[in-house]
Design a protein around this ligand. Sequence first.
Ligand code: SF4
Length: 369
Amino acid sequence: MSTSVSDSVSSRISADPGEALRPAIKDQDLAGLEARFERQGIPAFRARQIFRWLYAKSPASFDEMTNLSREFRVALECEWDLHVMEERRSETSGDGTRKWLFALRDGNLIETVLIPEYGRNTLCISTQVGCAMKCSFCLTGTEGFVRNLSTAEILDQICQVKRGEPERKITNVVLMGMGEPLLNYDAVIRAIRVMSDSAGLGISSRRITLSTVGVLPKLRRLLEDVNVSIAISLHAASNEIRGRLVPLNKKYPIEDLIGACRELSLPARRRITFEYTLIEGVNDALEEADRLARLLHGIPSKVNLIPLNENPGLPYRRPTETRVAEFQSRLRVRGVNAVRRATRGADISAACGQLKGRRETDPVASGSH
Ligand code: SF4
């Protein structure tokens, strides 16, 4: 494991707290920036030029945008904040997973995780500081909700990681870090559009996965707004058990959630991923596997089995390897495409359910879905 601290990011986190913040340029989509420039008498093509800089090159400052005139770069610097977060710490796991702790301009902290795998690099990003969903097995859920991230704060996680790992191309993005993305809908949708825009980050939308515990009104609308892959944090096949793990289940019970999934207009060959965290003695009975197989029957889907990443202070344990294998084979026998997801980054608390952020003034900062 290694730790590094970067002080190279040109941000205003340490600026005088009384000083007003400039707007964040990454809150603008391309059309918005073009319209703003037009009103200021700046040719619209400049917006596309700046977008290329922001997302293809991720510069540390406007001054690096060398195909813009010096005068224009200074004007941009005066008007906008380029970055809205600053690296506080990064740690690299023995398996290559790297976790960043970022400080936002108001001192809140969030975490972002890069998972290198053969042939692809997946970035797990946060969409909120904390989370209101209070899932009982998740460390993020224990700290409660602080606030939504802005579009710029969602996107800047990707830009910061691109700068920190320039030799790694980010091929996949999962909105599975801190927060419930569908409760920060507008900012998340804007960010996804910039991620998938060829003038922005240029990541294919099917390689962007939004993970939700099932905020149904927004889930029903999602594919009309963006063409992303969907993961449902299911974790149980009965309301009795899921209600203990995911409090939102009381508002949107399993039958409604699965009904909504059946009605989604999935693109051809697209499947829904169902995340199932296996917890000893809670949801790992083979009868629960049978129920799960019946529940998902007829839905183009895949089940990701995630043996629990234990957290001190939470009353849940990981099942034995034998039980995980039995649960998986029971699903497979019943025709479910069940995949055991490898645990990545557990030695640096970067695995699922282990992300946690605090304000900078809090004594401990360590840092899902
Ligand atoms: S599992 Fe996801 S939705 Fe539930 S508390 Fe954790 S971050 Fe929030």
